[in-house]
Design a protein around this ligand. Structure first.
Ligand code: GDP
Length: 442
């Protein structure tokens, strides 16, 4: 799968940072060096890498360290954001003409996957957007190109327009007239390719563009050829002013350089990616999702996001104060558990806390059922009991269990979790919680 090496190397770079509470300048420098090498090995163009590292460094140095995040998480967050921006930020939509039909002209080198992806994309539009696309066979040079388009069209139950070996400009115009007549609201033009960029091809494509004024010109490029794909994209864009890219064969691209460089080099976004030979294996390209996939830490990233969203500084300070004065009660405990649940499982969080092993908190994972049960148990206590859990003898526990429809073991488990949290927090004496711990508390 794509980006394997890159993901592995970036993870290794981040892992070194993770145990550290504070990052020295040397730590950051070393991490940047590793990220730089990882990107170069992934065949990202040198210029792009250089600029990327400069931006990450600048942001890392100038960043307000958020209370909710550790320095290592901060760097991951910045790299994630910069990777997303590098690939275009938000996902770029296919433009739909205000007056149908929408004309999508597919261009690219031979073998890139033009014909296949004409059908894939038309199929996607039909399935997801309820469109009625027409495929038009404008590649009159490659033997069997017309037949191939008919075959894939048939598989997806899409109509195919063809005029044999006629002039491609005439075919394109006739296809559009045909679409208007038959109620097809999209036309996908499968144009000719060559093994290399050449002027004759560009002239033909320019002529089609001038004749039909397509809504979108999409360039199909093969991710597996790495920087050559980026060069092809540059050449096609210079000649035709393309609107976007369909990056195919991402499933076979172990490095990912093209995906990361195309937007930076051409200024044009990747709109779709091909991820397999099957005709439904095409996806809308989401730079943010791709970035977290590259980082191989989707979970970590959403945890960071949640921590930021849920972090309530005021509340954290109140809790700290209560803990310091030993006034942290079961009511507070319940509130905290509900917050933690919003942020993910307790063991996930534990994994991010320095010095806490996930196994320390085993059995403490929150799910909705458990939280409801905890709520019932705590609500079955008297206010006095909630504030003074030490008074809970077996009679009281029995009464609480009966009142909450649970067993005494459930009550005991809850008390044990409560104690565990107290123990962890007490380790940090003096009332000052380390950065990461505050998140758990707040
Ligand atoms: P064209 O010459 O540009 O029209 O290329 P084709 O559409 O004939 O595709 C060339 C080859 O690439 C075919 O064997 C396709 O099945 C294959 N192909 C296209 N897209 C993908 C993809 O996303 N993943 C994989 N693995 N193969 C693809």
């Amino acid at each position: 799968m794509a980006f394997e090496g890159l993901t592995e190397k970036l993870s290794a770079a981040f892992k070194k940072l993770r145990g550290k509470g504070r990052l020295s300048e040397a730590d950051v420098k070393e991490a940047m060096r590793e990220i730089r090498l990882a990107l170069l090995e992934a065949d990202v163009s040198y210029k792009v890498v250089k600029q990327f590292i400069a931006q990450v460094t600048e942001k890392a140095v100038g960043a307000d360290v958020l209370e909710a995040l550790s320095p290592a998480q901060m760097i991951i967050k910045i790299v994630n954001q910069e990777l997303t921006d590098l690939m275009g930020g938000t996902s770029a939509k296919l433009e739909i003409a205000s007056k149908p039909p929408t004309i999508v002209m597919m261009v690219g080198l031979q073998g890139a996957g033009k014909t296949t992806n004409c059908a894939k994309l038309a199929g996607l539009m039909k399935k997801q957007n309820g469109k009625r696309p027409l495929l038009a066979a404008c590649d009159i040079y490659r033997p069997a190109a017309i037949k191939q388009l008919e075959v894939v069209g048939q598989q997806l139950d899409l109509p195919v327009f063809q005029m044999g070996q006629a002039n491609p400009v005439d075919i394109a115009k006739a296809a559009i007239a045909h679409a208007k007549e038959h109620g097809n609201d999209m036309v996908f033009l499968d144009t000719a390719g060559r093994l290399h960029v050449d002027e004759e091809l560009m002239d033909e494509l320019r002529a089609i563009k001038a004749a039909v004024e397509p809504t979108e010109i999409l360039l199909v490029v093969d991710a597996m050829i790495g920087q050559d794909a980026v060069n092809a994209a540059k050449a096609f864009d210079d000649a035709l002013d393309i609107d976007g890219v369909v990056l195919t064969k991402l499933d076979g691209d172990a490095r990912g350089g093209a995906a990361l460089s195309i937007k930076a080099v051409t200024g044009k976004p990747i709109k779709f990616v091909g991820v397999g030979e099957k005709l439904d294996q095409i996806e809308v390209f989401h730079p943010d999702r791709m970035a977290s996939r590259i980082l191989g830490m989707g979970d970590m990233l959403s945890l960071i996001e949640k921590a930021e969203q849920n972090f309530d500084r005021q509340k954290a300070l109140e809790m700290q104060e209560k803990l310091r004065k030993n006034k942290f009660t079961l009511t507070d405990f319940y509130e905290q558990m509900a917050q933690i649940k919003n942020m993910g499982s307790l063991s996930d969080l534990a994994g991010m806390l320095p010095g806490v092993k996930a196994s320390d908190l085993e059995g403490a994972n929150m799910d909705d059922g458990m939280l409801k049960q905890m709520e019932a148990i705590i609500l079955s206590m008297t206010p006095y009991e909630r504030e003074n859990p030490g008074c809970l003898n077996s009679n009281r526990k029995k009464r609480i269990a009966a009142g909450s429809g649970t067993q005494v073991v459930d009550v005991n488990r809850l008390l044990k979790q409560f104690e565990m949290l107290q123990t962890i927090t007490k380790q940090f004496s003096g009332g000052k919680l380390p950065r990461n711990m505050r998140k758990l508390m707040g």
